[in-house]
Design a protein around this ligand. Structure first.
Ligand SMILES: NC(=O)c1ccc[n+]([C@@H]2O[C@H](COP(=O)([O-])OP(=O)(O)OC[C@H]3O[C@@H](n4cnc5c(N)ncnc54)[C@H](O)[C@@H]3O)[C@@H](O)[C@H]2O)c1
Ligand SMILES: N[C@@H](CCO)C(=O)O
Ligand code: NA
Length: 432
């Protein structure tokens, strides 16, 4: 059987992992692909001492790979959206299939890239872009194809989950844990993408497109990161039987699709509340199958390489009859659903209100919530810390439209007895 020739662009965390796993498991991979899979060309700014490039062409100019007539599949692992986009489009133009781990690229330029790929009848595969090594794109697009999916909820950024876990379990400092996540190769080149929720928003964009047949629309994702998280809120949540996770949530409602990324309280008994460290988990709800959860390494060198190589093998298996599965698993005619504004999200809330220790304040809070149609689920009043005359009042609510909560918070923050901004964290009770 004719081999399939692979050109790898980028030899950093994921590039080196892909190179080494492919070389190590060459025989098994060839047997499973039905043909030899050969790395024939590698390109990066510099060689990587972890990779033995003996007998393999090496270029400093990645565009040499896109031009190389020997290469069938170009693997884009350089990151970024400018040069990477040019590189992917150049490969497509030269009739090469493409594999990428680049969620920023797919979320922001995927519509254009897939159109170019369809015109040339080549594949652009991106399993590694979402939840690293977990085969979540394949699960949604192929394994769950029979279902109407109602929601996809996931811990989809390993760096933030690692930071939240270390903060909650060991009381470690945010900046210190972030530095360690960078050293371990989990964080993006610009780690604000992780901690501000942008990376999770890129991945959620891709998940929603696959689950609901909507176009990739990153600019419509409501995005909050973890930079305002405090250990005090983590502890209060734990007292109420909840854990705080940074989630990507996309849900289909009667009115449209919710696309949101934010810290979220989840009941501690849920499986997903117990997914810690750099691990990711994605909970998909299908009308036929019910809740299903996918769990594993969301970042890291060889874990991400596992997904990159799965895409290479998929393409190698189908190289003579490409295009078996459309890029987003649906045809371009699929009906568009509106993306909801944050005001129209329906969710429960955790509120931390710092109140002056005066008679009648609790009644005022309860009345304001009730006037806005908000039902309380639980309430916790703490003693004022020694150096403070403000009493923290923690409230959990039942689900309500975000606009009702905005109105209630505005009224409460205008009270002289509530001198500080109210902390609110959205709360999802979830199934499964
Ligand atoms: N690190 C992870 O755990 C992980 C997981 C999933 C997806 N990703 C994605 O995979 C991609 C690569 O991430 P990484 O962590 O391996 O990055 P990295 O910074 O470790 O490696 C990037 C590599 O690309 C090369 N490169 C960059 N620009 C180049 C250019 N213009 N010309 C030639 N070489 C160039 C660099 O020399 C380096 O070898 C990114 O899109 C990232 O978002 C990373
Ligand atoms: N920076 C990303 C890498 C995997 O996509 C994360 O921490 O999840
Ligand atoms: Na994946």
């Amino acid at each position: 059987m004719k081999p399939v020739n692979v050109g790898i662009c980028g030899l950093g965390t994921v590039g080196a992992g892909t190179f080494n796993v492919l070389q190590r498991n060459l025989d098994d991979i060839a047997r499973r692909a039905g043909r030899p899979v050969k790395i024939t060309h590698v390109s990066a700014r510099e060689v990587n001492s972890e990779c033995d490039l003996t007998g393999i062409k090496f270029s400093n100019d990645i565009f040499e790979v896109a031009k190389d007539p020997e290469v069938n599949i170009l693997v884009e692992l350089i990151g970024g959206t400018t040069v990477a986009k040019e590189l992917v489009l150049a490969a497509i133009e030269n009739n090469k299939d493409v594999v990428t781990a680049n969620k920023a690229l797919i979320a922001t330029h995927g519509n254009e890239i897939f159109e170019a790929a369809e015109a040339k009848d080549v594949v652009v595969a991106y399993e590694a872009a979402v939840a690293g090594g977990i085969p979540i794109i394949k699960a949604i697009r192929e394994g769950l194809v029979a279902n109407k999916i109602s929601s996809v909820v996931g811990i989809i950024n390993g760096t933030t989950n690692y930071i939240l876990t270390e903060m909650s379990e060991k009381g470690r400092d945010f900046a210190d844990v972030l530095k360690e996540a960078q050293e371990l190769g989990y964080a993006e080149a610009d780690p604000t993408f992780d901690v501000e929720g942008i990376d999770a928003a890129h991945k959620l964009t891709i998940l929603a497109a696959n689950a609901f047949g909507v176009p990739l629309q990153f600019d419509k994702v409501f995005t909050e990161g973890i930079t305002n998280m405090t250990t005090a809120d983590v502890k209060h949540a734990e007292e109420l039987g909840y854990r705080i996770k940074h989630l990507g949530i996309t849900r289909r409602t009667a009115e449209g699709v919710e696309l949101r990324v934010h810290p979220t309280l989840i009941p501690e008994k849920r499986l997903i509340a117990n997914v810690d460290g750099v691990l990711n988990a994605v909970l998909v709800m299908g009308d036929a199958v019910g809740p299903t959860m996918y769990y594993g390494a969301g970042a890291g060198s060889e874990a991400t390489a596992s997904a990159v190589i799965a895409d290479i093998v998929d393409i190698a298996r189908d190289i003579d009859s490409p295009g078996l599965v459309p890029h987003l698993g649906f045809s371009v005619e699929t009906k568009n659903l509106p993306v909801l504004n944050a005001d129209d999200f329906t969710t429960s809330y955790y509120l931390r209100i710092s109140v002056k220790d005066e008679v009648g304040q609790m009644a005022k809070i309860a009345e304001t919530l009730s006037l806005n149609g908000i039902n309380m689920e639980a309430i916790l009043q703490k003693e004022a810390p020694e150096d403070d005359d403000l009493v923290p009042v923690i409230i959990l609510t039942q689900p309500v439209k975000e606009k009702a909560m905005n109105a209630a918070i505005k009224t409460l923050e205008a009270l002289p007895s509530v001198p500080e901004k109210i902390v609110r964290i959205r709360t999802e009770r979830l199934d499964g």
